[in-house]
Design a protein around this ligand. Structure first.
Ligand SMILES: Nc1ncnc2c1ncn2[C@@H]1O[C@H](COP(=O)(O)OP(=O)(O)OP(=O)(O)O)[C@@H](O)[C@H]1O
Length: 486
């Protein structure tokens, strides 16, 4: 668990803010990245919970967090707080570093420092004011939130690139935005991390408001909904809660998988859901999985989630990734040659958020070096990222490592055999494939001899649960994870 330095007088919400942020990141990031970069972070949360300071032990770590994760952490903080939260990074070992903010920048020794200058930051202390920092520009502006409906006006259909991966979801979303309360109610959008689910939701809200400015629209992250339920419960203000949620014309609720195991929240959401549908208001939800794949959510809710239209957003295909890069570069008033866009798109395949990060690095690198953007420059700017990609763990590698460890044949990973000495290592390999790769459940099932995604889901849940209680299994998993991560 991360070290959270909370002064005694700091209020409970302040304390909860960072741990909720960490929990969110644990779900969003691959375990390897989370354990390496996020878990060890030491954070100080302001008393009013409107700013978070991360204390980094070295300049290297500060640079890495700033370039790779700061925008993401800021977004997670905002999502859990339901409002912008300032993020500051300081070198813990050099308390005076914070004082350098706002002063003339010292001479820079390394390209990282200079690139930091190009971005407008100090490498020793760095602040990301909510939606005001010039840094991580698209992430920061993308996260601006307006008070009532909490919509980000920058996330529209116009800024969402269309491709095969999101065509159906986009068409359904467009329909809802123009004819709310009619077809596809509720609209349930699911897909992996950073594929544009939140963007699409905001686009629906913005589009509806563009035509009907008086419409009551609310975008809310599921965790915020949970917080609202808890507050209403503590303060006995359920009437206010109901007045707020049940009167909406459009409720956009992000990441409903966070309702898992939260009984009271599920009950209140059920009530809100029924009330909104009864008055022909529209509900749009997102999740990391399709309704029946949701764990620990009541069947009566799951069946309602599935009662309108359920659409997936897939990872973007190559041409779509290229189009996204070019459109994001244009938004930054930068010209990205097509061959460079193809080079980046071929190498950054996981999700759009990572594509945005890669683009930001290239633009900063080009500005700092006063060089035209070329493939050579992109290769240089993305050196670290590309080497990580090359070391990425494959499902085949996992299957071989697990088979060797438990002394079974690799072919048994795909076979239909079911004796325990084979079935169990196979389940362990499925669990590791979900944990250590970006593959979806159906993709993993396919790689294990064409098994159904529910078989994979069952294995993942079973091994994750048993790991908590069986120390021998936990130890074996630990060894396997270390072997695979090299
Ligand atoms: N098709 C697209 N065109 C343009 N930008 C996109 C597209 N898809 C995603 N993005 C951008 O990628 C970033 C991540 O998208 P978003 O936050 O909507 O993902 P998400 O699916 O909600 O992820 P998470 O599950 O992590 O919340 C955002 O900045 C978004 O604007």
């Amino acid at each position: 668990m991360s070290l959270v330095l909370i002064p005694p007088e700091v209020s409970e919400p302040a304390e909860a803010l960072w741990s909720a942020c960490v929990q969110r990141l644990a779900l969003e990031l691959p375990a390897q990245q989370f354990n390496t970069w996020i878990r060890p972070l030491a954070a100080q949360v302001s008393q009013t919970a409107d700013s978070v300071t991360l204390l980094l032990p070295s300049r290297f770590k500060l640079d890495c967090i700033r370039t790779q994760y700061a925008a993401r952490i800021a977004a997670a903080l905002q999502a859990v707080a339901g409002r912008p939260v300032a993020l500051e990074l300081v070198l813990a070992s050099r308390p005076s570093a914070r004082a350098t903010l706002g002063k003339p920048a010292p001479a820079r020794a390394t390209p990282a420092d200079a690139a930091a200058d190009a971005l407008g930051h100090d490498a020793e202390a760095w602040t990301m004011e909510p939606a005001s920092s010039p840094v991580a520009a698209s992430a920061a502006t993308a996260k601006r939130v307006e008070p009532l409906h909490r919509l980000n006006s920058g996330l529209t259909f116009a800024t969402l690139v269309e491709g095969t991966a999101n065509r159906m979801a986009r068409a359904a979303a467009m329909h809802v935005a123009h004819h709310p309360g009619q077809l596809y109610n509720p609209l349930f959008i699911y897909g992996g991390v950073g594929l544009g689910k939140t963007h699409l939701m905001h686009a629906i809200g913005n589009q509806l408001l563009a035509g009907r400015s008086a419409a009551k629209v609310l975008y809310v992250h599921a965790e915020q909904f949970v917080t609202d339920v808890v507050k209403s419960y503590q303060r006995k203000t359920f009437d206010e809660f109901k007045a707020r949620y049940h009167s909406l014309d459009l409720l956009l609720i992000d990441d409903v998988q966070f309702f898992a195991n939260k009984e009271r929240t599920q009950e209140e959401f059920f009530n809100a859901f029924e009330a909104l549908l009864a008055k022909k208001s529209h509900i749009v939800m997102t999740s990391d999985t399709y309704p029946k794949g949701l764990a620990d959510i009541h069947e009566r809710l799951v069946s309602r989630f599935d009662a309108g239209l359920t659409v997936a957003i897939e990872p973007p295909e190559l041409e779509m990734r290229v189009a996204i890069l070019i459109s994001k570069a244009e938004a930054e008033a930068a010209a990205l040659p097509e061959d460079v866009a193809f080079f980046v798109a071929k190498n950054v395949r996981s999700n759009v958020r990572e594509l945005e990060g890669a683009l930001r690095k290239i633009l900063a690198y080009s500005r700092f070096n006063h060089k035209e953007i070329s493939i050579a420059l992109a290769r240089e700017a993305l050196r670290d990222l590309l080497s990580i990609q090359n070391r990425q763990i494959s499902v085949e590698n996992i299957q071989k490592t697990v088979a060797d460890f438990y002394k079974i044949k690799v072919a048994d990973m795909y076979s239909r055999k079911r004796p325990a000495n084979i079935a169990r290592p196979r389940q362990i390999a499925m669990f590791l494939a979900k944990e250590l790769t970006q593959k979806s459940l159906p993709e993993i099932g396919e790689l294990f001899g064409g098994r159904d995604h529910t078989t994979v889901l069952h294995a993942v849940r079973k091994i994750a649960a048993e790991r908590q209680t069986l120390s021998e299994l936990n130890q074996q998993l630990h060894v396997l994870e270390q072997t695979l991560k090299g």
